[in-house]
Ligand binder design. Structure first.
Ligand SMILES: *Cc1c(COP(=O)(O)O)cnc(C)c1O
Length: 513
């Protein structure tokens, strides 16, 4: 059904999207935050065979919006505390529309001079914002998972080159085996990146302390007892506790052993954009001494999915690890920068555009303010929850993550009076799960569980630009109500104890941090 381009059609479609967008994004305060939607409904509305005949574009769009809506996660809402999600600033959403309208691909400078220069500019802004060396090279990725892959690819190249092995031409077979020392709490995507790079067999996990920070004594022990070219992976912002590894000390130990320090700083990196937090968040000082960093813009910077950032202190290794040349692709010369040299992808959307407008909209002060505000709100949430009987905040709030556990009051015994050995873990797990379930169904806020030191906990992440004190207080109220209502009703009968977890012995203090 080929038809000539038609401005009226474009106007009609854009009108549908604009009307829907204003309605959808305007619902924040009344739309229940709940994802308990019928899978069957979505499959009926969205599934089925592909019809042979096409349909008018406006009709398709209207039907599509109606069919998908019941299954949309309320992740743009300021009341969404799930995972580490972030919302989207209006300027960022609008820029994403432009990105599609312009449909540029930043493969080479010549494939889109505008996108290439925007990327080059944004790379400089980010490096400055995070306080990293001015020579840092930057790749714009789908997310932090891809950025971790880039950091470890550069690391692998670098540490092998240092012992005279060119992994780009010689591969890994027969190479001196690099060792990867990664924090026990490190993100799954760090481990996956190591596996994809053929380093899965050489990973040693470094123990963490009660807040999830890498233990320096265990790192030192592993450095002394393992051998081979060295890559250390640290964490700036644990997904559960938000804890930051002591990066300066880790960098010092790593470099003393000739190694490369990669930091997964998916959301924690943004704390460095605040001069105040950079100086005061435990562990964060010395962030600039790492060799590579991976972070996200689609989380804490509040730009739409997807947008991640890979940063590398050794541009030569970064470029060598990703090198791809062909006669039809003009190489970067004469001072131009080819975006494809910095990521594994070739064609991709011009993700840097949204960074340019959002960073310009906020300014350096605005980014710092956003991050500081989220951290203060997370602390507010934790402080309020800690005052409630039967609620335990499991780790000190370092950044924007709050980790809590709910204990049902027991006959003749207050929850605080339990002795350590007297934990009734299955009952507490069941109660915590029930509270989370009731909270999710209640529609006042949304967050989801994790397992922390072998026990169920609720993790709350404050990283939406729209979240304010009222939002946080309402979520706390809803949680407390769910906790009391669930405690009053009989919880599920205790299940058999789960297999013990390596960390069960070093349970963190039951007092709130
Ligand atoms: C989210 C996250 C990742 C993965 O990032 P994506 O953007 O989902 O690819 C890696 N590490 C940490 C600590 C994260 O929070």
């Amino acid at each position: 059904m080929w038809r000539a381009r038609n401005q009226d059609e474009l106007a009609r479609l854009f009108d549908i999207v604009v009307r829907h967008a204003l309605d959808y994004l305007g619902r924040d305060t009344t739309h229940p935050v709940s994802t308990h939607e019928a899978l069957q409904l979505l499959r009926t509305q969205l599934g089925g065979d592909l019809p042979a005949a096409g349909q008018s574009s406006a009709e398709v769009l209207e039907q599509f919006i109606a069919a998908a809506e019941p299954g949309l996660s309320p992740s743009t809402s300021g009341r969404f505390f799930g995972f580490v999600t972030g919302g989207a600033y209006p300027v960022a959403v609008a820029t994403e529309w432009l990105t599609s309208v312009w449909d540029q691909t930043p493969v080479l400078h010549v494939s889109s001079p505008a996108a290439a220069v925007v990327e080059e500019t944004v790379a400089g802004w980010l490096t400055q914002l995070f306080g990293l060396p001015a020579t840092t090279s930057v790749g714009i990725t789908t997310g932090c998972a891809a950025a971790n892959l880039i950091g470890l690819a550069a690391a692998r190249h670098h540490v092998l080159a240092a012992v005279g092995w060119d992994v780009a031409s010689a591969g890994l077979v027969g190479a001196p085996a690099p060792r990867v020392l990664a924090s026990r709490g490190c993100h799954v995507t760090v481990i996956r990146a190591a596996r994809l790079l053929g380093l899965g067999g050489q990973i040693h996990l470094v123990d963490t302390d009660e807040a999830g920070r890498m233990r320096l004594d265990h790192l030192a022990h592993l450095l002394a007892t393992t051998h081979g070219p060295l890559i250390v992976c640290g964490e700036v912002g644990d997904v559960d506790t938000g804890a930051v590894d002591p990066v300066a000390a880790i960098a010092e130990l790593t470099h003393a052993h000739g190694g490369w320090l990669h930091l997964d700083a998916a959301f924690g990196m943004w704390a460095a954009a605040s001069p105040r937090l950079r100086a005061t968040v435990p562990g964060l000082a010395g962030l600039d001494r790492a060799d590579s960093w991976a972070t996200d813009a689609h989380k804490w910077l509040n730009v739409p999915y997807d947008c991640g950032i890979a940063l590398c202190a050794h541009p030569t290794s970064h470029l060598a690890a990703l090198r791809a040349q062909a006669d039809y692709l003009p190489s970067a010369s004469g001072g131009v920068r080819n975006p494809m040299d910095y990521t594994p992808e070739m064609s991709r959307r011009a993700r840097a555009l949204v960074l340019w407008t959002t960073l310009r909209h906020l300014g350096a002060d605005g980014v710092a303010e956003l991050v500081e505000r989220c951290c203060a709100l997370a602390r507010r949430m934790a402080d309020q929850l800690a005052r409630v009987d039967g609620v335990t905040v499991l780790a000190e709030v370092t950044l924007n993550q709050v980790l809590v556990r709910f204990t049902p009051p027991r006959h003749g015994r207050s929850p605080d009076a339990r002795d350590l050995a007297g934990h009734d873990t299955p009952t507490e797990d069941a109660h915590t799960e029930a509270v989370i379930d009731a909270f999710q169904r209640g529609g006042v806020g949304w967050a989801s569980p994790t397992r922390w030191r072998g026990r169920t906990a609720l993790r709350l992440s404050v990283c939406n630009w729209q979240t304010d004190a009222a939002t946080v207080d309402a979520a706390v109220d809803a949680l407390v109500t769910a906790h009391r209502a669930t405690a009053a009703a009989p919880t599920r009968s205790p299940t058999l104890p789960r297999p013990s977890h390596p960390h069960d012995d070093d349970l963190i203090s039951e007092g709130t941090a």
